[in-house]
Write a protein that binds this ligand. Structure first.
Ligand SMILES: Cc1cc2nc3c(=O)[nH]c(=O)nc-3n(C[C@H](O)[C@H](O)[C@H](O)COP(=O)(O)OP(=O)(O)OC[C@H]3O[C@@H](n4cnc5c(N)ncnc54)[C@H](O)[C@@H]3O)c2cc1C
Length: 389
């Protein structure tokens, strides 16, 4: 087997490493940070992601389930927390065995790392800078610490601002959604009726999402329209957010008040203009590097995990990497493209003007449950017939 380098140890990179270990595929993973820290806020992991984790190792899934909080419903409300749509997740549980769960992103990353058998395969403090192709078709990777590595295959799992993508597809373009997002984890326990729900408040041209992470910890995110690249002021961020959401249900203010200002993260929301190819020769992109989407459907991380699952199995079945990479794109493009488009559309629906808001709420309220269930089933299904093991 050829020498494979994974660039990036986030959700997609670590999951690929775990899939490779399961299938006996050798690899080395290079991650730019020097320590895997428990930073970040929360993330929702849907049943398609959980099925990948279960396939890798049922103990890995159990570990994640023990550290997270599963939902029995996904609730969409107006800004006063009055339901627009209440989707019970019972049918999801019946069908897949589990429902979406919320977990701290840093905890997720640590658990994924802890299940790597051969830790020597994970090299931290190795930021990919560039590569060049050698006459024997291998690549020399240049890292930020001036070191180099010769490899036959590169998997770019280096996220939305991927340097691997910038080198192989310099014309690829990020599209700013027009929205910026703050995320935090409050030291606060939700009321009993909300602890098992993932819920989002839409209204007043703002969006606020909430879910319990673990006892005493609640994850939230706040989204508004904004110019890009604005800097945050730590001194004033809480007062600003409380003022912004002053017309919302008081739970919003309570959560912001109970969050340390130092731990509120701000980031502009963008997605990647669709690409007609994710690979060139034996270099392939996965996850956000290939198809970053806005977070509105909570599917970016799940799709990075699905990529890891499908790509590793296709590599396992084929000795020709360019063939495996081509098959990978063909297998994934329909589902992923639809999710990128639906996420973008949902981001526009979430924050809109008053007349459209009323129309949106009516449509959402009266959409047949069967239609929504069908969409969820499509998103949550993975094709296990591809599995080599
Ligand atoms: C506000 C927000 C909320 C979200 N909520 C959800 C959710 O609830 N559910 C969900 O499924 N998805 C969610 N997402 C999307 C999800 O975070 C991403 O889709 C997911 O993290 C993509 O995984 P990835 O491995 O491709 O990239 P990342 O997880 O971003 O990992 C990239 C890794 O590469 C490393 N790296 C970067 N550059 C280099 C380099 N040059 N050399 C080496 N290493 C490098 C980084 O340090 C990082 O570890 C959300 C996104 C946002 C912005």
């Amino acid at each position: 087997m050829k020498n494979i380098s994974i660039i990036g140890g986030g959700i997609g990179g670590l999951t690929t490493a775990l899939c490779f270990e399961k299938l006996g595929i050798e690899y080395t993973l290079y991650e730019k940070v020097n320590k895997l820290k428990t930073v970040g806020a929360g993330i929702w992991l849907s049943p398609n992601a959980l099925q990948v984790l279960e396939w890798i190792n049922p103990s890995l899934l159990h570990s994640i389930q023990r550290s997270g909080n599963s939902f029995n419903k996904i609730l969409l409300t107006n800004h006063k927390l009055q339901p627009i749509r209440d989707s019970s997740q019972d049918f999801v549980k019946d069908m897949f065995g589990y429902t979406t769960l919320a977990i701290h992103r840093g905890v997720l990353q640590k658990i994924l790392y802890s299940f790597i058998n051969n830790k020597a395969n994970i090299q931290l403090n190795k930021g990919f800078e560039s590569y060049f192709q050698n006459s024997d078709h291998s690549y020399t990777i240049n890292f930020h610490d001036q070191s180099t590595q010769i490899t036959n295959v590169i998997i770019g799992a280096d996220g939305i601002n991927s340097k691997v993508r910038q080198q192989i597809f310099p014309k690829s373009k990020l599209r700013y959604s027009g929205q910026t997002c703050w995320r935090g984890v409050a030291d606060f326990e939700l009321d009993n009726n909300l602890v098992s729900a993932g819920f989002t408040l839409w209204g007043k041209k703002l969006q606020f999402g909430v879910s319990k992470l673990e006892n005493g910890k609640t994850y939230w995110f706040a989204v508004m329209l904004s110019e890009p690249n604005l800097q945050e002021n730590r001194e004033t961020v809480k007062t600003k957010l409380i003022e912004l959401f002053s017309q919302h249900h008081p739970i919003v203010t309570t959560l912001i008040q109970n969050t340390s200002a130092n731990k509120i993260i701000r980031g502009d929301l963008s997605d990647l203009e669709w690409m007609n190819k994710w690979h060139t020769n034996t270099i392939c992109l996965i996850g956000d590097a290939a198809h970053a989407m806005t977070p509105d459907l909570g599917q970016g991380g799940a799709q990075a995990m699905e990529d890891a699952f499908y790509l590793s199995n296709l590599i396992h079945q084929s000795n020709a990497f360019d063939v495996a990479f081509n098959n990978f794109y063909n297998l994934r493009k329909t589902k992923v493209k639809k999710l990128v488009e639906q996420s973008r559309l949902t981001s526009k629906m979430a924050i809109t003007n008053k007349p459209l808001e009323l129309l949106r709420n009516i449509i959402l309220k009266y959409s047949p449950e069967k239609v929504l269930q069908k969409q969820m089933i499509e998103t949550y299904t993975i094709d296990k017939t591809i599995c080599g093991v």
